[in-house]
Design a binder for this molecule. Structure first.
Ligand code: SF4
Length: 305
């Protein structure tokens, strides 16, 4: 996407709703866009909070992102050796690790306040390597955010066919969806509160898919796009399956399943502790503390687990 088109999208969005956060990711790799430095500079100039998620196979434009005060950069990772990483990520593990070191050093030299986070995807095959990745994160000033891996796009989750990656999931699809089908669910999908636009200007149904679109973002007003989302035929089976609850993997039932399938004691104990934290937070919903503060506490605890 060119800088000009991107700017048109931001300007239109600002006339239609308040942008709380701008995320440069979701089914794409931001460092591939040569205009990333200009986009970061624009965000700084206009006071827009922005975040980046990258596989760190390249670092192009990330110095500008650090210099322009992005809120955070997530480095996505699913293994601490080429053999493990290569099963669930395309790319070179050594390059990823070297680029993480580069990023940490660059942040120091620029005196940047951007938070750096390793986003670790937990699978059956990488439990043994999580400890090593955490150690690296501590040494280089990254926070560590581990979550039970997702399986996407949403169509593949609900209609299959499952592939080799599905066999590595800590919460098997069939068992997991079965466990959540009777749990309470929101009346409206929470995904409707965020807007996702792809590199071809297409507004997507939600962030869980790359090919269910509802219209050109620049040619349709937000009310039209919202209406198209809310009557999209795929949402009915998705809501009926309670797929978002399955994907969030924060419900104690699912965390318990993940703990049983974890292949290291360290990860098993961490998941059991997450069950404790999650149960406490669920009880805490009844205490009148603003949601923002609760979620900050939840994130702070999660990063230290
Ligand atoms: S109901 Fe499912 S498919 Fe529809 S917007 Fe929500 S998460 Fe996406």
């Amino acid at each position: 996407m060119s800088f000009e088109t991107w700017k048109q999208i931001i300007e239109k969005a600002q006339t239609e709703f308040k942008i709380a956060h701008l995320d440069f990711n979701n089914w794409g790799e931001p460092t591939l866009n040569k205009d990333l430095p200009r986009m970061a500079a624009y965000c700084k100039e206009h006071g827009i909070h922005f975040r980046i998620s990258t596989n760190l196979q390249r670092t192009d434009g990330l110095d500008a992102v650090l210099a322009n005060g992005a809120d955070l950069i997530w480095a996505s990772c699913s293994g601490w050796s080429q053999e493990t990483y290569g099963k669930t990520h395309e790319g070179d593990f050594n390059k990823l690790r070297d680029n993480m070191v580069w990023l940490a050093e660059k942040k120091r030299s620029l005196n940047s306040r951007t938070q750096l986070i390793i986003r670790w995807h937990r699978y059956r095959h990488n439990c043994d390597e999580e400890k090593e990745a955490r150690k690296f994160a501590r040494q280089h000033g990254f926070a560590f955010e581990a979550h039970v891996a997702w399986y996407l796009p949403i169509q593949k989750l609900l209609t299959g066919p499952a592939d080799e990656t599905a066999k590595l999931l800590l919460v098997p699809i069939g068992e997991g969806l079965d466990a959540v089908k009777d749990l309470p669910r929101p009346k409206t999908c929470p995904e409707y509160s965020s807007v996702h636009v792809d590199a071809n200007r297409q507004a997507k149904l939600c962030c869980l898919t790359y090919n269910l679109n509802v219209g050109d973002f620049l040619e349709n007003d937000i009310e039209t796009l919202d209406a198209a989302r809310q009557k999209h035929p795929f949402c009915t089976p998705c809501m009926e399956a309670n797929a978002l609850e399955y994907l969030a993997k924060t419900h104690p039932k699912l965390l318990w399943m993940a703990a049983k399938n974890a292949t290291s004691t360290d990860v098993r104990l961490r998941l059991l502790f997450e069950i404790l934290v999650d149960t406490t937070l669920r009880l805490g919903r009844r205490i009148p503390i603003p949601y923002y503060i609760k979620s900050r506490i939840g994130m702070a605890v999660k990063h230290r687990l």
